[in-house]
Design a protein around this ligand. Structure first.
Ligand code: FAD
Ligand code: MEZ
Length: 563
């Protein structure tokens, strides 16, 4: 019985964990330092005897109190996506109180606005995913005072989950591999993938500034040296860390460290619940709801919305894309569309708000994305009978539609040991028990019930050797199926990306319903619409967050520092 707080109190009173006099910051900085003083850091806590060790997770070095909440029911964030039933959390039986951030209390918001700013800064960034971090660092380097507000107890959002990579054209990595690419080709692929519904001016900037985006991340400490091809792309332009590791955790670790080095004021457990305008309809600040500090207004000359998409907001998905309403989602729990709500409330215009992307390969009956790079690196996709039914490297909308037309509405990705060796990420799927495995294709067919698999593999190997896919015209077939063991993973479409969102101009300035810029309001990343059209290409979201995150930060800083 008792809570984690009661237990610690019994050891030395409240100051076992808290400062005296008691003052708890929203980020719970002192409390977390105390956890680490007594228990050590994650490296000390790592336990390789555990099948799944939460202390070595891809969430990185996050606050202990993200999960070990002392006065409230502990929460194992891993289980928001996974189901690690055998991992026991101490004090997990504590009776839950309502979460501090459950409701948006309109009365408290109004009161905070009436009371006026309790502090001021030049630029407030809302949301600490890739777009938010990039905006914050760029704004700070452009000379502005910056506060970065994050509603979750940890930073990273959907960005932290990004698997496949970052699309960029004209990088030294492409040159080294002799890849013939061009800005026009990048733009044409994105436009074609988006069914030509994209805002071409945004795509052009994304392409033109993508290589510099890779260079910028490298200058902050990232490694982007591995290259592969994504669906809908003519050439290899998807950059990720050497060894084929997931891109998102690496980028977020890099950005967290960079923000710390730059001295950026990052506040966790701090949800923005209102954008505040003056009588001239210009931004004058935000109302933030801090876990411990409550509601207050922060005065700001400029605000950058970087709150991500709405792929985990069931009501919004049901409203904007009713046919997807019961679908699983690959998204982080943080993707609740707050930025869209905040911007709409002050009369911002929306672009393509109802365009939601289903990713074709989410692990069936799970929330775990099986990255597009698995196909990009060489896997084939087959139906329940073991027959191929589409060019594996087509765009996601077409691949998802095709799966939903197959018997039982799911598919299998099939590959062999060669792929595992090229792509470390796949080891994670094996560790999660998602892969069926056999020493021969015939045995794999038997355990998965795919009666035609052996014939499909034989045909595919012939096409691969000849360099011509006679069945579906797949142009890139880097691997055949020849090296045991053989693997298969069951996949089905799930909500992955919300293409639509807040309307912006090329300076990342948010537009109002008359398409005029709202003075002082900027937005970047998945909260915005326009760049991806009807269907986003794999790898273009991270490009979007880096290129437009930086632009939004720079323009916000320029506007704020000139005031
Ligand atoms: P996010 O990274 O989602 O960050 C938004 C942040 O804002 C969150 O931390 C959230 O908590 C915070 N926030 C929200 N509301 C508030 C509020 N009211 N107040 C304060 N904070 C708030 N794209 C690629 O290009 N390549 C890939 O390989 C790739 N793989 C992916 C894999 C997965 C599993 C998923 C889900 C997506 C993937 N994507 C990929 C898409 C890409 O990761 C996202 O589109 C992109 O990272 C979004 O970045 P963002 O900064 O706009 O938003
Ligand atoms: O851009 C993406 O969403 C992406 C590359 C995802 C993936 O399948 O890895």
């Amino acid at each position: 019985g008792g809570s984690l707080a009661d237990f610690h109190k019994s050891m030395g009173g409240c100051d076992t964990c808290h400062t005296k006099p008691l003052k708890v910051s929203d980020s719970e900085t002192h409390e977390n330092a105390q956890c680490q003083n007594c228990h050590g850091g994650y490296e000390d806590l790592a336990n390789d005897k555990l099948e799944f060790d939460p202390h070595t997770s891809h969430l990185g070095d996050i606050n202990c109190t993200s999960c070990h909440r002392a006065h409230d029911a502990p929460k194992m964030y891993c289980n928001e996506c996974h189901s690690f039933d055998n991992v026991e959390m101490p004090f997990a039986d504590t009776k839950a109180k309502p979460a501090w951030d459950a409701e948006w209390d309109q009365e408290a918001i109004a009161k905070a606005i009436k009371a006026g700013p309790k502090e001021t800064t030049q630029v407030v960034i809302v949301g600490a995913g890739s777009a938010g971090y990039n905006a914050a660092i760029a704004a700070k380097r452009a000379g502005a005072d910056v506060i970065l507000l994050e509603k979750a107890p940890f930073t990273g959002g959907n960005s932290m989950l990004a698997a496949g990579g970052f699309n960029a054209v004209g990088t030294p990595q492409q040159a080294k591999k002799g890849i013939d690419d061009s800005i026009d080709s990048f733009v044409e692929d994105a436009m074609k993938g988006g069914r030509y519904q994209n805002d071409k001016a945004l795509v052009q900037i994304m392409a033109e500034e993508s290589a510099d985006g890779v260079k910028w991340l490298e200058s902050l400490g990232a490694n982007m040296d591995d290259l592969k091809r994504s669906g809908g792309a003519k050439v290899e332009r998807t950059h990720r860390p050497t060894g084929g590791y997931s891109v998102g955790p690496h980028i977020i670790d890099t950005l967290r460290a960079a923000a710390e080095r730059e001295g950026i004021d990052v506040r966790l457990n701090s949800r923005v619940e209102k954008l505040v305008l003056n009588d001239d309809q210009a931004i004058v600040g935000v109302v933030v709801h801090g876990k411990h500090s409550g509601h207050k207004m922060i005065g700001a000359d400029a605000v950058v919305l970087a709150t991500g998409g709405y792929g985990m907001n069931k009501e919004m998905v049901a409203y904007y894309r009713p046919t997807f309403k019961d679908m699983t989602s690959s998204n982080n729990v943080t993707a609740t569309g707050d930025g869209i709500r905040l911007a709409k409330e002050i009369g911002a215009s929306m672009t393509d708000i109802d365009w939601v992307q289903a990713h074709p390969t989410i692990g069936k009956d799970s929330r775990i994305l099986i990255s597009e790079t698995v196909r990009g690196v060489g896997a084939i996709m087959v139906n329940v009978h073991g027959e191929r039914f589409i060019n594996e490297l087509t765009t996601r909308d077409r691949a998802s539609d095709a799966i939903l037309k197959q018997d039982e509405q799911y598919a299998w990705l099939v590959f062999d040991e060669q792929l595992i060796e090229k792509k470390q990420m796949v080891r994670g799927y094996e560790h999660l028990g998602m892969l069926s495995k056999a020493n021969t294709i015939e045995d794999l067919a038997k355990i998965t019930g795919m009666e035609s698999l052996a014939k499909t593999a034989e045909d595919y190997n012939r096409y691969q050797a000849a360099g011509k896919d006679e069945a579906f015209g797949r142009s890139d077939m880097p691997l055949n199926l020849s090296q045991p063991p053989y693997y298969a993973v069951k996949v089905a479409p799930g909500i992955h990306h919300t293409m639509g969102g807040v309307a912006v101009d090329t300076n990342s300035n948010v537009l109002n319903l008359q398409s005029w810029p709202i003075q002082g309001l900027y937005a970047a990343g998945e909260v915005t619409g326009g760049g991806h059209g009807y269907n986003r290409l794999g790898g273009n979201a991270i490009a979007d967050t880096v290129v437009f995150g930086r632009r939004a930060g720079e323009h916000a800083a320029e506007y704020a520092t000139k005031k």
